[in-house]
Design a protein around this ligand. Structure first.
Ligand code: HEM
Length: 389
């Protein structure tokens, strides 16, 4: 295995925050897997084997010998803290609330939320910040209604989420934020224990409350709340910024409803908000013919895998919303594959065409290369996106 400590594994190319650093393309060409040092404010810097090819990332994420355990601080109820049968047991309690059918049923509700966000953008007028008025409120309102979390509490939990996902936040502050989130959710869980609402939290309490501790229930609520708003808000902001720089492709999203689903997959491939997915080997395993020893850490690069030129005959460095085959690992793969992916797709499919239809002359209010991209956080996005029309 080649020893190379120099790759900034989550890094993004200078001049194009959507692209991985060139070193990841180099690693992709190597026959030998590389070992890198991964900076992590949560766990401290650690050494890990990095996988960058599409097929390698898939096989790593599907391998039940590669565990979440140790890759994240443990949080009761958070699916990303569990492996094996314990993980399946908890996940089964939630899958019914996040099916494709359920996402389809939510469409009218999502359309209503998007329409009211568009009205807010119009009221804010020229120079309106789409992150503030469009990208953030849509998924926040949807997940609040879905879970049974009061929307009035959003500013507090949005702030805590942003701090918790920021790589510059110290471990101490991260822990304090996590404790505050847990205390907040514990209060909501207590209310649902008393009188379960007609929503995801209420349903979990009603159907599985006897099998779950209060802190597991609070952990489930927090995981869904954080995963359910921050990821979509970030993907929306990145996708809109990207399309504003590609007016021909924006026109396809605006004018051709038959292209929407494919366009959303291409934007998901290109904008992947989670650049890396970490794991730890529970036993000796092989990736291709190369051995990874028990306890070694492995980091899968979603950014590089989504542009794996070796495995496809298309130019995956370019954005092409009409690309005939979209494949990406933006939602991960294997047992931990994103639970909320159908909901995420539905929100993006409704929100993006609606925005460009309501504001057909939409354009950035500042030069696109001056946008403040969030590159030093677990979830990539744009911090502010002022527009005119
Ligand atoms: C564009 C939006 C989203 C993206 C890009 C995204 C991405 C991901 C990824 C990459 C994983 C796998 C992590 C790993 O394997 O280490 C994941 C897991 C997860 N996501 Fe999402 N996600 C999105 C939206 C959502 C939404 C809307 C929800 C919930 C309402 C959600 C809930 C979850 C949960 C619960 C898990 C953990 C699943 C498990 O461990 O079994 N996500 N997501």
């Amino acid at each position: 295995m080649t020893d190379s400590t120099a790759i900034p594994i989550g890094g993004r190319a200078a001049g194009c925050p959507f692209a991985p650093v060139p070193e990841l393309y180099e690693a992709q060409k190597d026959e030998e897997l590389r070992r890198v040092t991964v900076p992590s404010p949560l766990l401290g810097d650690f050494d890990a084997v990095v996988v960058t090819r599409y097929e390698d990332v898939k096989s790593v994420l599907a391998d039940d010998q590669l565990r979440m355990g140790g890759s994240m601080p443990y949080q009761a109820g958070n699916l990303l803290s569990y492996d094996g049968p314990e993980h399946s047991r908890l996940r089964r309690m939630l899958t019914g609330s996040f099916t494709t059918k359920r996402a389809r049923e939510l469409r009218p509700q999502i359309e209503g939320v998007v329409e009211s966000a568009l009205d807010t953008v119009a009221q804010a007028g020229q120079g309106a910040d789409l992150v503030k008025h469009f990208c953030t409120p849509i998924p926040t309102l949807v997940i609040c209604e879905l879970l049974g979390v009061p929307y009035a509490d959003r500013e507090d939990f949005q702030h805590r989420t942003a701090v918790a996902l920021d790589f510059n936040t110290s471990r101490e502050v991260q822990m304090r934020q996590a404790a505050e989130m847990e205390a907040y959710m514990a209060g909501l869980v207590a209310r649902h224990r008393e009188s379960p609402g007609d929503n995801v939290l209420g349903r979990v309490v009603r159907d599985f409350g006897g099998e779950l501790t209060d802190s597991e229930l609070a952990g489930i609520g927090n995981m869904l709340l954080i995963a359910g708003h921050e990821t979509i808000a970030s993907t929306l902001s990145a996708a809109i910024a990207l399309l504003l720089g590609h007016p021909d492709q924006l026109a396809v999203v605006r004018d051709d409803p038959s292209a929407t689903d494919g366009a959303v997959e291409e934007l998901l491939r290109y904008c992947a908000p989670a650049a890396i997915l970490p794991r730890q080997a529970a036993g000796d395993i092989c990736v291709r013919d190369q051995k990874i020893k028990e306890d070694e850490r492995v980091v899968a690069s979603v950014l590089a895998a989504n542009r794996d030129l070796g495995a496809a005959d298309q130019d995956l460095d370019n954005l092409d919303v009409r690309r005939p085959v979209q494949r990406h690992l933006t939602f991960g793969f294997g047992p931990h594959q994103c639970l909320g992916q159908q909901l995420a797709r539905m929100e993006l499919r409704v929100a993006l065409p609606a925005l460009f239809t309501r504001f057909p002359t939409l354009r950035p209010a500042v030069p696109l290369d001056e946008l403040d991209y969030r590159t030093n956080a677990l979830v990539f996005g744009v911090n502010a996106l002022p527009v005119t029309w």
